[in-house]
Design a protein around this ligand. Structure first.
Ligand SMILES: NC(=O)c1ccc[n+]([C@@H]2O[C@H](COP(=O)([O-])OP(=O)(O)OC[C@H]3O[C@@H](n4cnc5c(N)ncnc54)[C@H](OP(=O)(O)O)[C@@H]3O)[C@@H](O)[C@H]2O)c1
Length: 334
């Protein structure tokens, strides 16, 4: 399949490019795209140096799969153009995630939604929010086993989740230098924690929290019968999101069974010791979702608590998107 990457110069785009190196389903060199700022940037692919170009109406000719990670506004402009040219867009932004008819896919959970329709016409598949992906991976097997009725989440999200400029901002604050970008964060992030990600909404939540609530329900095929709450925080970690999760279930929870279903779920690793856990530093660079601190709520036999960590640039973004492309490759009529 001919691949394009829009946002190829960004943190997620570069990670995607690394991940597709050597994949047998990638035909020729990928088309690397950015805005006019990144045009001309040279990026390595399979030992060769490829040049990134400014995205244009002609960028998607002959492209089978276009991996988008250039923000919501860019996706709204270019995803219909790419899909109209016959490509499948796997979109990392929030632009189409809640659009009816657009599948929101975590391959291990609902990969069956990915199919290449007759006539080889393109379309849009949405990649979920980075925190939502790892939370959904841990909740899905427990939902199957015990019927989850409530999910209450507090996230601790790495700065790389806000892009390259945010990583630079943390580095500058660590070095005591003034920020030299247009300010990824409203408050100091170094030695701090900020309980606000995205715009503040009328109901008192922030955008990121609403994404977790809505997207978790959509991925699990649930509606308001699944009560979800989320407090999303940004912490001075470079890579790796963490989430403290409390679930309430229909059935009383058996801890051994919970550990077993999690260990059998593809893409999830579990430390069954209630005192066991991994940290963001330890999962950075891996594609798995790690569950630790798995324990029962002492006051409620239907409730359990856990700590869920994953690399936000890999399973939270680029790896999940490449897995979707891989599903398309299996379905591709070519
Ligand atoms: N970082 C994460 O953990 C994560 C996780 C899930 C989803 N996402 C989503 O993925 C997207 C990118 O994230 P990132 O972390 O890679 O951000 P980033 O490091 O800031 O990179 C942004 C990329 O988008 C390109 N871009 C920006 N405006 C553009 C425009 N008008 N036209 C064409 N290209 C444009 C940039 O190109 P230039 O070089 O030309 O500026 C750059 O390649 C966002 O939608 C984000 O919400 C990120």
């Amino acid at each position: 399949m001919k691949i394009a990457i829009l946002g190829a110069t960004g943190l997620v785009g570069r990670t995607m490019l690394n991940l597709i190196e050597g994949r047998p389903w990638v035909t020729g060199d990928p088309v690397l795209l950015s805005s006019d700022r990144g045009a001309g940037t040279k990026l390595d692919f399979n030992g060769r140096s490829l040049e990134c170009r400014e995205v244009s109406a002609n960028s998607f000719q002959d492209v089978d799969v276009a991996l988008f990670s250039a923000g919501g506004r860019t996706s709204k402009t270019w995803a219909p153009v790419a899909a109209g040219a016959g490509a499948w867009v796997v979109d990392n932004s929030s632009a189409f995630r809640m659009t009816e008819g657009v599948p929101l896919v975590v391959p291990e959970i609902n990969g069956q939604l990915v199919s290449w329709p007759e006539g080889n016409s393109g379309g849009i598949i949405a990649n979920p929010n980075c925190s939502t992906i790892q939370i959904a991976m841990a909740v899905a097997p427990l939902d199957q086993a015990f019927g989850v009725t409530e999910a209450h989440v507090t996230t601790l999200q790495a700065v790389s989740g806000a892009g390259q400029a945010a990583v630079v901002e943390l580095e500058h604050q660590e070095q005591g230098r003034p920020a030299n970008n247009d300010g990824a964060f409203d408050r100091q992030i170094f030695r701090n924690a900020i309980p606000a990600i995205g715009d503040g909404l009328e109901d008192g939540s922030y955008e990121e929290e609403t994404k977790v609530v809505r997207e978790l329900r959509k991925i699990l095929g649930r509606s308001a019968d699944l009560a979800v709450s989320c407090t999303a925080t940004r912490v001075p970690v470079v890579t790796g999101h963490s989430a403290a999760v409390r679930l309430v279930c229909d059935k009383p929870v058996d801890l051994k069974q919970a550990a077993t279903v999690l260990s059998r779920f593809p893409g999830v690793e579990i430390d069954p010791d209630p005192h066991g856990f991994l940290t963001p530093l330890e999962v950075a660079g891996t594609t798995t979702v790690h569950v630790g601190r798995l324990r029962k709520d002492p006051d409620n036999p239907h409730a359990l608590l856990m700590w869920v960590v994953a690399d936000n640039l890999l399973k939270g973004a680029a790896w999940n998107a490449v897995q979707i492309a891989e599903l398309l490759a299996g379905e591709s009529p070519q």
